[in-house]
Design a protein around this ligand. Sequence first.
Ligand code: AMP
Ligand code: GLY
Length: 423
Amino acid sequence: MNVLLLGSGGREHTIAWKLSQSPKLTKLFIAPGNAGTDALGTNIEINPNDFEAVKKAAIENKIDMLVVGPEEPLVRGVSDFFANDSELSSIPVIGPSKAGAQLEGSKDFSKEFMERHNIPTAKYKTVTAENLEEGLSFLDTMKAPYVLKADGLAAGKGVLIISDLDQAKADLKTMLDGQFGDASKKVVIEEFLDGIECSVFVLTDGLSYVVLPEAKDYKRIGEGDTGLNTGGMGAISPVPFADEVFMKKVHDRIIEPTVNGLAKDNLPYKGFIFIGLIKVDNEPLVIEYNVRMGDPETEVVMPRVKSDLLDLFEATAAGTLNEKSIEVDEQTVTTVMMVAGGYPEAYEKGKEITNLDQVADGMAFHAGTKLVDGKVLSNGGRVIAMSAYGANMQEALAKSYKNANAVSFEDHYFRTDIGFDLK
Ligand code: AMP
Ligand code: GLY
């Protein structure tokens, strides 16, 4: 099969790496890809949100399947675009319909979905300029800290956690006034949940599903989970506290009702569901849904999947996932993200990355890189995810850190305490 994979991050390099191991793969194209994916297939320099360009690439390269990495093309409706185009409709898309992608594209939609299907989550209220007063009164009934979420996609920046009530009220007004553009014309006010987070990944054909290994990511820039939120500074799989008892609760109370809910609500969905969970008093609650894999979670989840990913994608497209099971590697996989100095605020690109050939006993998944005249240059805030296997977390982390210390680029940074809160 010829596969076209949309995206350019560490998630896509990892999915490309995993697909390359499949005997079913003929040619792999990645759009736009990075220096890492360049070694595994053909990069096509197009914007994944430019559907006409994606169409041209799909036809020119005789694509048999489209795999969508990031959320934006999904929320903009790339699956529907393929389904409704006579030249593309026979090409299956791994990624939900525009309607299904609302689970990530609208926090209000996802909260209503959870309420409708009795899926445990934080108490909430959705506010617009029209019912601002209700929102302010709702905040009066809540305890600090206060959680405000922009309804729409806001490049990972749309969630505010505020300790002071007056500040929360002021921030609510600023958000509704367009702090995050149209994304915050609606705001979800949520009860703050105090617990430890982990993420669960499901691949579904809309009726049945397989559950991938769970992971925990480290979102803050600073050691000890301090400082600004980032896309993710490292990740670990498996998650020690996600034991059998906890995962059974997740399965019965969250995964089953989520997949059944998609079918009941007639939301066409063939793709990944990323369920962000928080454990409060040993009980799982949903913090958010994403309609794609996580990054850097993919960099620890995919290396633990032993099954053929392309075979699973074929079954997803055919609606026969009920015939599949998933084989998981018992080892631990960790990843440590090397980022550009200054990230997640202003940072520079174009720094030469050296010593990549010294990476041993691990995988250097490229998150933000570009091949220029045979040199690998940094091309984003997150640059390289150093993944490694180990018999346990300590062993895997030791290898991730050895490789992160070997590779270099000017002004790079990584957290040295990934996994600090886990035993
Ligand atoms: P989200 O974009 O919904 O994943 O939110 C980003 C991050 O904010 C989450 O990963 C949590 O760390 C935090 N967060 C979101 N909602 C809540 C909540 N209700 N209680 C506590 N923390 C939250
Ligand atoms: N690492 C969090 C995300 O992919 O959304």
